[in-house]
Design a protein around this ligand. Structure first.
Ligand code: FES
Length: 89
């Protein structure tokens, strides 16, 4: 089981405990933490998060992502360690 620490950029943090078999976007939704998204297929970029700590398995992205700060698509990634993420500024 992995921990997702989700920084909402408003001084609040959500802690989720997940098995890592669903995308971060789906896990956030399961826990009633809603973020922008649209296609759920790696096309639109609406679900970009900054990965602050930890590692994820990332499916193919059809849009360019920054490596510094590290960007991930919530719909295309699953945690493989405890992670800390935040909404893109
Ligand atoms: S929802 Fe479109 S890239 Fe994730």
């Amino acid at each position: 089981m992995f921990k997702i620490e989700f920084d909402k950029n408003n001084g609040e943090t959500e802690l989720l405990y997940v098995y890592g078999d669903e995308s971060i976007l789906t896990e956030l939704e399961y826990h009633n933490v809603l973020i922008n998204h649209n296609c759920r297929q790696g096309h639109c970029g609406n679900c970009i998060l900054h990965l602050i700590e930890g590692e994820v398995i990332h499916q193919e992205s059809l849009i360019p992502l920054s490596s510094s700060p590290k960007e991930i698509l919530a719909c295309q990634s699953k945690p493989i360690t405890d992670i800390k993420v935040k909404i893109r500024d």
